[in-house]
Each structure stands twice: as C-alpha cells, then as structure tokens.
Design a protein around this ligand. Structure first.
Ligand SMILES: C[S@@+](CC[C@H](N)C(=O)[O-])C[C@H]1O[C@@H](n2cnc3c(N)ncnc32)[C@H](O)[C@@H]1O
Length: 270
C-alpha cells in the first residue's frame, strides 16, 4: 500500500475539514473565479475550496489520493446539486490522465504539499495550467508558531524518524524551496510570488474536544498517538496538544474553539 495514500485514508479527514469551511470560502472569494473557468483542485479533500468554487459557477475537478475523501466529496457535490463539480482519485505528482494546458486555475490548499516528489508536483501543476493563467497554493510553514506547524512539530517528538530520503511536506512552506521547484518546471522566478495568509479553524466545543477529533480522525495525529502509545507516552502527547490548542484558542470562550493558523500563499502566474 502507498504510505502517502494510507495516511490520508486513515481516520476521517472530513471531521477536520468541517472546521475549515469558513476560511475555505473566504479564500475562494478572493480568487476572482468566473463561470467560464476550468479549475483543478489538487488534494482538495472533500471540497473545502472546491465546493465554494463550484458554487461560483466554475467547472471544478478535484484530484485527491484518498478514496474515502473522493467519495465524500462526490456525495457533497450531489447534495448541493453541483453538476460541474467532480472528485477523482489520483496523485498530484502524476496527472498523466489530464492533457496539457487544460485549466485556467490550479489550486491546492494544504493538498499537493503532502505528495511525495515535490519537483514532479510542480512540473505537473505547470503542465496542466493554460499559458497566461495561474497556480495558487496554500502551504503550512515549518516552525511557524501557529497551530498546524506546532501540531506536526510536537507529533514529530513522539514518532520514529522518517525514512532516508523523505522530503518533508513542510518544505513547501519555505520560499527558496518553492522557487527551486517551480523554476525547475520552467517558470521564471519573477512570476512566483508569496504572501502570508490565515486560515481559522472553528470547532463547536472546548479545545480538548478538538484535540480528541485530531486524535480520532486526523491520520498524522493518529500515527503520532499510535507511536506514543507503544512507548507509554500517549498521555504526555495528549497534554502537550491540549496545552497548545488551549493557548491558541481565540474564541474568548471555554466551550468553543477558534484557532487562526498562518500559511504561505504561493501564486504562480504563467
Ligand atoms: C490537509 S488535507 C487538505 C484537504 C483540503 N485541501 C482542505 O483544505 O480541506 C490534505 C489533502 O491532500 C490529499 N493528498 C495527500 N497526498 C496527495 C497526493 N499525493 N495527491 C493528491 N492528493 C493528496 C489528502 O488526501 C487530503 O485530502
């Protein structure tokens, strides 16, 4: 089994995605979509960005590696009667089923960053985008003090080191790496721009309840707890995460959680 696929089919990412919908909509509102556009959403999960994009009239294809998320996305598309929205299983590092220059916009918000072979991912994103059009990525930033980078950092203290040659997905949050990958795909450096942006997670319960969702449903956190349990350190991991979520909760209440997280927005103008 492909470990990249197994990681994201583990648990149920739709539970975490449900806390990300507001920011997904806000981000999509700023993309300037029109009903004539063809959009590819890579690693789009169950449609946090794809649904709002399709509601604006664009024709949207989501390619995601996790079968369960593709199924969940297609169910949501049907529930919302979005005939121009489709989810398919596939790998961002190999989009061979898609012809060159097919899309007006390729978007990937915390999606393609998780695919192995980042140079292939950049090459494929450039290949399927129409000349003169755009790629927009949202990537978590390593060592950032906000939520997601901190979850991954804490979790790394409880898990065995990755195999030799493993390229961390978080390198997509470092501008020099992003430049290297897109210039290797033939894009001039001055066509690649960066901005800091914020995604806010909203959970209708206490921060400890939100940690419980990650522990039960988010593949990377489930793996960290599996490893910590083997070493008798699951309680320690739970405590560190609860402290993190509580300290980052900006809801002003104990029974609701609102956590803003900073990411790197990358725009590639072809
Ligand atoms: C953190 S989730 C984000 C999902 C969605 N973009 C959102 O914001 O709700 C990461 C997504 O990337 C997908 N993914 C991971 N590796 C992938 C790959 N190699 N190709 C395509 N999708 C991938 C996962 O299945 C998952 O849906």
């Amino acid at each position: 089994m492909n470990p990249n696929k197994a990681l994201w089919e583990k648990g149920d990412f739709t539970r975490i995605a449900a806390t990300m919908r507001d920011s997904g909509e806000v981000l999509v509102q700023r993309l300037g979509l029109t009903s004539e556009m063809k959009v590819l959403d890579l690693g789009g999960g169950d449609g946090t960005t794809a649904l709002p994009a399709a509601k604006l009239g664009a024709e949207v294809l989501v390619v995601d590696i996790a079968r369960n998320l593709v199924e969940a996305g297609n169910r949501r598309a049907a529930e919302h009667s979005l005939a121009k929205l489709r989810f398919e299983e596939g790998d961002a590092s190999n989009l061979e089923a898609l012809p060159d220059g097919m899309f007006d916009l390729v978007v990937s918000i915390f999606g393609a960053m998780f695919a192995p072979k980042p140079f292939d991912v950049a090459k494929e994103m450039v290949r399927v985008t129409k000349p003169g059009r755009r790629i927009v990525m949202g990537n978590w930033i390593p060592n950032d003090p906000t939520l997601v980078a901190q979850i991954l950092k804490i979790s790394a203290h409880y898990t065995p080191p990755p195999p030799e040659g493993f390229v961390s997905p978080m390198t997509w949050g470092i501008e020099s790496h992003v430049l290297e990958r897109f210039t290797a795909a033939g894009v001039p450096a001055d066509r690649i721009s960066f901005a800091r942006d914020t995604f806010t997670f909203h959970f209708p319960g206490a921060p400890s309840g939100f940690v419980a969702e990650f522990r039960k449903y988010y593949g990377p956190t489930m793996n960290a707890f599996d490893a910590a349990e083997k070493n008798g350190r699951a309680g320690e991991l739970q405590k560190e995460l609860e402290e993190l979520f509580t300290s980052q909760n900006k809801s002003g209440r104990d029974d609701a959680t609102a956590v803003p997280a900073t990411f790197l927005r990358v725009t590639v103008a072809l």
